[in-house]
Design a protein around this ligand. Structure first.
Ligand code: GLN
Length: 483
């Protein structure tokens, strides 16, 4: 039963082959058995899951239907869940029980999804390896000595290991697409404003976006359908109708114009990944797509711009965790300043502290123009590059990451080495564009992802292309040994 995709589960439940309660019990047992190897969950919510499963079964018995009705999922542990610990992977929030559900959580619950638990993540979503979590590193099910990617490493490892069919995640600079690539999953970062950020603990508010992680594009369509939509409680949510993503999966790719940026194939890219990307291009050409070389000339400036803007916003967002309004409080503070200093010094891990300091520096009066303002100008140039490219092509294709998943610990003493690995993903966040990563093959037994980018609100186009690709390839069906 654990091999079933969301789409297969929906059919199985509709045909009464099994109940949501049976499925939920099977998966909870599997998590108990296998997750100790992976550490992909921070909290399990067995009682809630069984209650939701029974409720979904009752709703089906009453004639209700729906692709998510009775479907087991999990939430990245930065989506607020009422009465349940929402830790953000940090000691700072280790004892925080959210007083309300995030919009995404509430919408999925209303659609009948069953929450098995909260997944592990890099602390405050800062990282690319899931090694900065207060709850310990997550292991990649494809090779337990390697990282699963981050910051949504827990969601990715759990889905890849077939502990559950799909999970929510968030992407500020690649945290859905990069772990998807590292664990052989399909992950979609929607257009900024497509999915509500209300109740999603902020890292960098102008870049953060929630989205689905699953094994197939078909399943990402189902989960995104449940997550997307206008939310008046999020002032950056956009009031744009949500199309039927599943209905759009079968469009023909005949004549689809795919742009391949020449800057993507520079020295930093592992040549074995470059070859797999070229294979995926050939596959799409067979399906009728037309390939065109394009240029994104400002891409080289994206990493420095991102690593100014994201920490700047983080330093502001994380000021609320002061031991008074929110979060961990140190023992026996001598005075108010001591309380702030020690609560934040003890509650935040080293990567979070580093970024708060970088961000506060970049925003300070003497340096604002030199760093923050400059970075914002680069951000506009990056966006303009994409707008020019999308005048000529329908989607942009390239690698999701320059290298496959690295070994645990390999980059933990060199943060900049890890930042450089984000080169292909962060531009979509700077521009606010939707992006998808899907399985494209293996290097040394480790999965490789191909990334597709589309114009604003063209999530359906990304899912359509990925689904057609997956009907004609079998990379996404490969299962890690031992799981
Ligand atoms: N790796 C990037 C960072 O550390 C992106 C993380 C994310 O998307 N949350 O900021």
């Amino acid at each position: 039963m654990h091999q079933l995709t969301l789409a297969e589960i929906a059919r199985g439940l509709a045909d009464k082959k099994f109940s949501s309660e049976e499925l939920t019990k099977t998966l909870l047992a599997r998590i108990a058995q296998l997750d100790p190897q992976l550490n992909s969950f921070i909290s399990l919510t067995e009682d809630l899951a069984l209650a939701q499963a029974k409720d979904a079964d009752a709703r089906r018995a009453n004639g209700e239907s729906g692709a998510l009705l009775g479907a087991p999922i999990a939430h990245k542990d930065l989506f607020c869940t009422q009465g349940i610990r929402t830790s953000c992977g940090s000691k700072m929030l280790d004892n925080f029980k959210a007083p309300y559900d995030a919009t995404v959580v509430a919408k999925l619950a209303a659609a009948g999804a069953v929450t098995l638990g909260k997944t592990n993540m890099d602390e405050f979503a800062m990282g690319s390896a899931n090694e900065s979590s207060y709850y310990g590193a997550v292991k990649n099910p494809w090779n337990l000595e390697h990282v699963p990617g981050g910051s949504s490493g827990g969601s990715a490892a759990a889905v890849a290991a077939r502990l559950l069919p799909a999970a929510t995640a968030t992407d500020t600079g690649g945290s859905i697409r990069q772990p998807a690539a590292f664990t052989n999953l399909t992950g979609l970062k929607p257009t900024y404003g497509r999915v509500s950020r209300w109740g999603m603990i902020a890292y960098a508010s102008s870049l953060d976006q929630g989205g689905p992680l699953a094994r197939t594009a078909e399943d990402c369509a189902i989960l995104l359908q449940g997550m997307a939509g206008f939310d008046p409680q999020d002032s950056t949510s956009i009031d744009e109708p949500v199309p039927d993503y599943s209905a759009g999966l079968n469009g023909s790719l005949q004549g689809l114009r795919i742009g391949v940026p020449k800057e993507y194939f520079s020295a930093g890219l592992d040549p074995r990944i470059a070859e797999l990307i070229h294979n995926s291009i050939k596959e799409l050409e067979k399906l009728g797509a037309v390939i065109k070389e394009i240029s994104l000339p400002n891409m080289q400036h994206a990493i420095p711009a991102y690593y100014v803007i994201a920490p700047a916003e983080a330093s502001s967002n994380l000021s609320r965790f002061d031991g008074v309004r929110f979060g961990y409080r140190c023992e026996d503070p001598k005075n108010l300043i001591d309380l702030y200093k020690r609560s934040r010094g003890e509650g935040f891990g080293p990567e979070v502290q580093r970024r708060i300091m970088v961000g506060a520096y970049a925003l300070s009066a003497g340096y604002y123009d030199a760093y923050y303002l400059k970075a914002q100008k680069i951000r506009r140039l990056v966006k303009n590059d994409f707008m020019a490219a999308f005048n000529e092509v329908d989607i942009i294709l390239g690698p999701t990451t320059p290298n496959p998943a690295w070994k645990l610990g390999a980059k933990s003493s060199d943060p900049v080495a890890a930042y450089l690995e984000d080169v292909y993903t962060i531009t979509a966040n700077l521009a606010g564009l939707p992006g998808l990563s899907m399985p494209a093959g293996f290097v040394d037994g480790l999965p490789v992802g191909v990334q597709l980018l589309a114009p604003y609100f063209q999530e359906g186009r990304l899912l359509n292309v990925a689904h057609q690709y997956q009907l004609n390839t079998d990379w996404h069906t490969r299962t890690p040994t031992g799981f």
